[in-house]
Design a protein. Structure first.
Lengths: 134, 737, 345
């Protein structure tokens, strides 16, 4: 009975390809959905726009530093590079934390307090990184 | 009427608050008083002196710090140790301890107008900080359960022997401040995680930096906090507070910890720190996933998440392996690898395996250090599983990990003790919550059911019975802790207590006698060769240049000293003369019966030097043909000719009356004067009262250019001759001048 | 001159013959070694003179041992497999036993029954077993050095012996190859396979089991109690299960020694800690549950009283047992609790 057996085989391979293509389709769909809702969220709130632009700028600077080190193939003095790189990473992280606290404030922490703590932490980070540059 | 009732209730609640705060203050004062005073046994019995070996180095470094500026201290190149190599001390120590003492000394002297000697500050440092540890533990346990558990935990950690063992007055070691900072860092971490505040994360990172500057065991925090976050993610408990807390701590903590010269770039180059970096990356992905989750349906989201997680984890692990293989990231250091593969150190790094602090732990050691807390601790962990808030996961992860490490290495028992106190306090306070709660007996809880007085009395008796038993256990705990502290952990080990022949307590102060002799009777730049155990003490008490000390960073240099001790006189003299040595110091316990002397450590000297010069020194030549380690007449020629043997037993057989035979009370063997050959290249400079410390001076070259042997032979001949002559000559007492 | 020429010819022939003989001896050593599967030459009364006699061209490590039951030499029995590992490690890297200009072979003489003492023992004057003898090149049968046999068994002993051989012979490229334990490999593989199979069959039960809080609670607490009982010490030091007293009775606790313990002590202590922990948890969790279960009954207070008081008494009993055991280990401990019953001794 070659017929039904063959059919089964076909459906199995079909289902394999369908799962692969369905995953990519889902992925693309999810990607587009999240991008759209992200832009909607940012455009509605000026503070978030400011934070995200600053964060993007920091990523750019970190990338430039990293590419520069790769191009000249030398990372001496290493602590200077590290200080520059980590300050970008650190400031980015702090911005993300502030963003989360602004979007849905945690209990006991008002938005003003969140901003104040953010400023303090950034000052600390800058102080340490400046010390590290030597 | 009702407002009056409400007002009454309000005023009574404020009174209750007042009473509570007064009680809390009183309790804290007594806890601090108890913790400080139970650490003072050694100071009261002996004197205010720095104990053991390592604290002497820390003390010397602190003295250098207060006499010179902070910049000089960070750039200190010590030329009075490891002569002639010197040691870059500024870059190879953890400066937190010395800096803190220096700061305290400075505050006392300049701002409070109370100049205290730096030695007293160093001695009293650990007890003072134990009070701060108690407060930090209180705050931490308040976050875990509530204030009553916090007070119990503070009381426990104030007097528990496991912590006292490394923080008595006089034990001026890194652990004195490290445990305090550990508790403070954890307190701020738990607070940051609970409230999601950036400020608490910053404070946690700052105290983490302080901890990195103080102790090498900071790697424990570096791995415990990421492990905690990882467990929470696995349990599906991710929330933005965790993101805020961990990332703030990680970024600021890492960059701050790289400021310490000794740590340098280790946080991004060594495998020990990779888990923190890994969890950092993981958290970013999880946050992103969380963001996307809100926008997309859950079914599709799950598939995407799983696929991307798997790919990213695979990439991360492969990348880590590749980087380690290429040598960009250092693999696990041997010290930490041996914690996982317990037989690794025995085979490949025997020096690590031989250190007594790295031995595994027997069960009496656990009970000895914690008494009844040891069975309350698992009960507390089990009870924490009921509520399982995020901070409880931290305590559980801490307990499980630390129990394993403490079981493997006795030195890590110290890091287990705080969590034992916290978990046991939680368990005990839950018991007291139920059985010390007499409110249902004395007040009607509104159910309107009239309970018979007989029943009330019965429940009262039950509750009293249980609480009284546990209060009795607490009472016994205090006695146990005090007894353990005074018998086991209060010995300075520089001064040895002993008993005179009539049973009166006597003190054996030979070490200090010898070091002080060195300090007073030798020139300032004299170089003293001794085995590395005593290096720090010689540097600290005698203030003389040493060749090797407890830092043991240069194995070849140590092997040189070992070779000098194990070779015959002529070779030793040459070796030591090349190193500019003036004095040789050895420890000899044969008269006292002190088992930790140099003849007992001789095998290690031989082994280490044999590793570098196998053709000159062979361990088998020191064993008899039966394979025994003998020092009496059946000892091998190599043994009898070795410098250490001659130095230890010089004039020893003559001590015991004219028979010329002495009994070595450690090895229980008889040494005859024929076995001890003459020492020609060295002369005896000093022997302490109980013959514990013996100092020898290298002889200067002979004025007439003779060989030392010939000089010695000549002197011995003429001694015999002179003695006979002088025996014949009797002083004429009644001669008139 | 003719004499000089003749002498030089004779000398040349002699040296050629000498090198042929020694090469032949070396070749024959290799052949002897390859007779056995593990390349250890078995010394018999017939071949020991040839193998060990001079002049030698290579190093020979000889193990003189006895597995006879009446000799009862425990180290000899341990060395049987360890010596194979030592020889195999060498031959794994050097199949013909040669490394540079030096060569190393292994020999073993085993007295299997004390009726037949092998000649090699009497000739070399060996009266105690086991003995490791290192024969260096040149010299005759009585030129050997005794190597120490360390006390620790297993890979540690293998490592020390190889290090000693390396330092005595000057051969540096001698590495340990730990034998692969095939049996444990198969057992692990099989159990993993079986576990995964069972898990997939009963997936729902397995998942609920793994995610339940109680499972993890019990696992963590059991692990903690096991560690606190000193089980890592037993594992790392290979402690015996129990000791033997003077009259042959079983000693459960190693008295007076703080730094040492038997494996059975860990088991007793783990049980003790488990009981104490469970009683505490009972007091905290179960008693209020009982109280609320009986909340409308008249017997409530009596039942609660019974439960609480009896658990406290049990707690006291076991805690006094614990302190009593501790007093056995540390004789000067003054804070033992008075025992309620006398059959905890």
């Amino acid at each position: 009975m070659a017929g039904p057996r063959q059919l089964k085989k076909d459906s199995k391979s079909e289902s394999k390809t369908t799962t692969a293509s369905s995953i990519t389709k889902d992925f693309a769909e999810a990607f587009n959905l999240s991008i759209d809702s992200y832009f909607k969220q940012v455009n509605s709130n000026n503070k978030l726009k400011l934070i995200d632009i600053f964060a993007f700028f920091l990523v750019l600077i970190a990338l430039i530093q990293f590419v520069f080190v790769c191009l000249i193939r030398d990372n001496f003095p290493f602590n200077a590079f590290l200080a520059g790189f980590i300050i970008c990473v650190g400031q980015f992280i702090l911005l993300m934390c502030l963003r989360m606290q602004l979007l849905s404030p945690f209990e006991g922490i008002s938005t003003n307090r969140a901003f104040g703590e953010f400023v303090l932490a950034s000052l600390l980070l800058h102080f340490i990184c400046l010390h590290f540059i030597n | 009427m009702s407002t009056a009732v409400v007002k009454n209730r309000e005023s009574s609640s404020t009174t209750i608050q007042w009473v509570q705060s007064i009680l809390k203050t009183a309790i804290f004062v007594s806890i601090i008083f108890a913790s400080v005073s139970s650490r003072l046994f050694a100071v009261i019995r002996f004197e205010s002196i720095i104990h053991e070996f390592d604290p002497w180095f820390n003390f010397r470094a602190t003295k250098y710090l207060v006499e010179n500026s902070f910049n000089d201290f960070l750039n200190w190149f010590d030329d009075r140790t490891w002569y002639p190599l010197g040691r870059v001390t500024g870059g190879t120590l953890y400066p937190g301890l010395m800096t803190t003492s220096g700061l305290v000394w400075h505050i006392f002297k300049d701002y409070l107008g109370l100049p205290i000697d730096i030695r007293n500050i160093c001695v009293m440092f650990a007890p003072a900080f134990s009070g701060i540890t108690a407060y930090a533990t209180y705050k931490l346990t308040c976050e875990i359960k509530d204030e009553s558990a916090g007070l119990l935990a503070a009381a426990f950690i104030g007097i528990v022997p496991g912590y006292i063992s490394r923080s008595v007055a006089g034990s001026y070691d890194n652990e004195a401040i490290a445990i305090t900072l550990l508790m403070v860092t954890f307190m701020f971490w738990i607070k940051a995680m609970k409230y999601g505040s950036i400020l608490n994360g910053c404070l946690a990172a700052l105290f983490y930096f302080y901890m990195v500057s103080a102790w090498g065991g900071y790697v424990f925090i570096t791995n415990l906090i990421p492990f905690h976050v990882f467990c929470l993610i696995l349990m599906g408990r991710y929330n933005p507070k965790i993101y805020v807390a961990y990332n703030t701590w990680f970024v600021i903590g890492t960059i701050a910890s790289m400021q310490i010269p000794f740590v340098g770039f280790l946080p991004i180059k060594s495998n020990d720190h990779m888990s923190a970096l890994g969890v950092f990356g993981l958290l970013q992905i999880v946050a992103l996933g969380n963001f996307v989750k809100g926008k997309v349906s859950s079914g599709k989201f799950k598939i995407i998440m799983v696929v991307s997680m798997i790919t990213l984890i695979a990439v991360g692990v492969l990348g880590l392996f590749a980087l380690t293989y290429m040598g960009l990231i250092a693999p696990w250091t041997g010290r930490f690898y041996s914690l996982w593969d317990t037989s690794y150190a025995k085979i490949h790094i025997p020096i690590i395996a031989s250190v007594s602090e790295h031995q595994p732990v027997t069960w009496p050691a656990f009970f000895f250090d914690t008494q009844f807390l040891i069975w309350l601790f698992p009960a507390g962990v089990l009870l924490l599983f009921l509520e399982l808030r995020d901070e409880h996961v931290f305590i559980i992860a801490y307990s499980v990990l630390c129990s394993y490490f403490a079981g493997v290495m006795i030195r890590l028992m110290l890091t287990l003790t705080p969590v034992i106190c916290i978990a046991a306090a939680v368990a005990l306070s839950k018991i007291f919550d139920i059985y010390l709660d007499f409110s249902s007996i004395f007040f009607n809880d509104g159910k309107d059911k009239k309970v018979e007085p007989r029943k009330k009395v019965l429940s009262l008796i039950t509750k009293l019975f249980v609480s009284a038993t546990f209060i009795f256990y607490l009472y016994l705990f205090v006695y146990h802790c005090t007894w353990v502290t005074q018998t086991a952990y209060s010995s300075p080990s520089v001064v040895l207590p002993s008993q005179g022949p009539d049973g009166r307590p006597a003190l054996i102060d030979d070490y200090r006698e010898a070091y002080y002799w060195l300090r007073m009777n030798t020139k300032e730049d004299a170089k003293v060769a001794a085995w590395w155990d005593y290096g720090y003490q010689i540097g600290g008490m005698a203030d003389r240049t040493t060749l090797v000390d407890n830092n043991t960073w240069n194995n070849t240099h140590i092997a040189l000293i070992g070779k000098a001790m194990a070779s015959p006189e002529e070779i030793s003299y040459k070796v030591l003369k090349e190193l500019d040595v003036d004095y040789v110091l050895i420890i000899f316990g044969g008269v006292l019966g002190f088992g930790g002397d140099d003849i007992n450590k001789f095998l290690w000297m031989i082994r280490i030097s044999q590793g570098i010069w196998p053709d000159e020194i062979s361990e088998r030549n020191f064993f008899t043909s039966n394979g025994e380690y003998k020092v009496d007449s059946s000892a091998t020629e190599t043994m009898k000719k070795s410098l250490l043997y001659k130095m230890s037993y010089k004039d020893f057989p003559e001590l015991f009356g004219g028979r010329g035979e002495g009994m070595d009370r450690v090895r229980h063997q008889t040494i005859r004067s024929e076995d001890v050959e003459a020492l020609d290249y060295f002369e005896e400079a000093f022997t302490s009262e109980n013959w514990l410390v013996r100092i020898y001076k290298l002889r200067d070259l002979d004025d007439e250019g003779r060989n030392f042997r010939d000089v010695g032979k000549f002197n011995r001949l003429s001694e015999k001759f002179l003695r006979k002559r002088s025996l014949n000559k009797k002083p004429a007492i009644d001669m008139l001048i | 001159m003719r004499l000089g020429n003749q002498i030089s010819v004779i000398l040349a022939l002699l040296s050629v013959w000498f090198s042929v003989v020694t090469a032949a001896v070396q070749e024959s050593l290799l052949q002897e070694a390859q007779k056995n599967s593990n390349k250890v030459i078995t010394l018999t009364n017939e071949n020991y003179q040839n193998v060990l006699g001079g002049p030698r061209d290579s190093y020979i490590l000889a193990l003189l041992t006895s597995t006879a039951p009446e000799v009862n030499c425990v180290t000899c029995i341990e060395l049987e497999s360890e010596y194979k590992t030592i020889a195999n490690s060498w031959f794994a890297d050097h199949p013909d036993g040669v490394s540079g200009s030096k060569s190393l072979y292994f020999a073993k003489a085993n007295i299997e029954t004390t009726q037949f003492i092998l000649d090699v023992f009497t000739v070399l004057g060996i009266e105690q077993v086991p003995r490791l003898l290192l024969f260096s090149p040149g010299g005759d049968i009585k030129d050997f050095e005794l190597l120490d046999i360390p006390l620790a068994s297993g890979m540690e002993r293998v490592f020390s012996i190889i290090t000693a051989v390396k330092s005595q012979t000057g051969i540096n490229d001698y590495f340990i190859h730990e034998p692969i334990d095939w049996s444990s490999f198969f057992i692990t593989g099989f159990t993993t396979f079986a576990v995964i199979f069972l898990l997939r069959k009963n997936q729902k039960i397995a998942v609920s089991f793994l995610t339940s809080r109680i499972t993890w609670a019990l696992i963590s607490v059991a692990f903690i109690i096991l560690m606190l009982g000193g089980s890592m010490f037993n594992k790392m030091r290979g402690q015996p299960l129990a000791g033997q007293g003077k009259n042959g009775e079983i000693v459960y606790f190693l008295a007076g020694d703080f730094q040492n313990q038997f494996a059975i002590e860990t088991q007793v202590i783990v049980v003790l800690y488990g009981i104490l922990t469970s009683v505490v948890v009972f007091l905290v969790l179960a008693v209020p549950k009982i109280s609320s279960y009986y909340s409308n009954s008249a017997r409530r207070t009596t039942v609660v009283a019974l439960a609480a008081i009896s658990s406290t008494i049990i707690l006291y009993m076991f805690f006094s047992a614990l302190t009593g055991i501790f007093k056995i280990k540390s004789a000067s401990y003054p804070f033992t609790l008075m025992k309620l019953t006398s059959f905890f001794s």
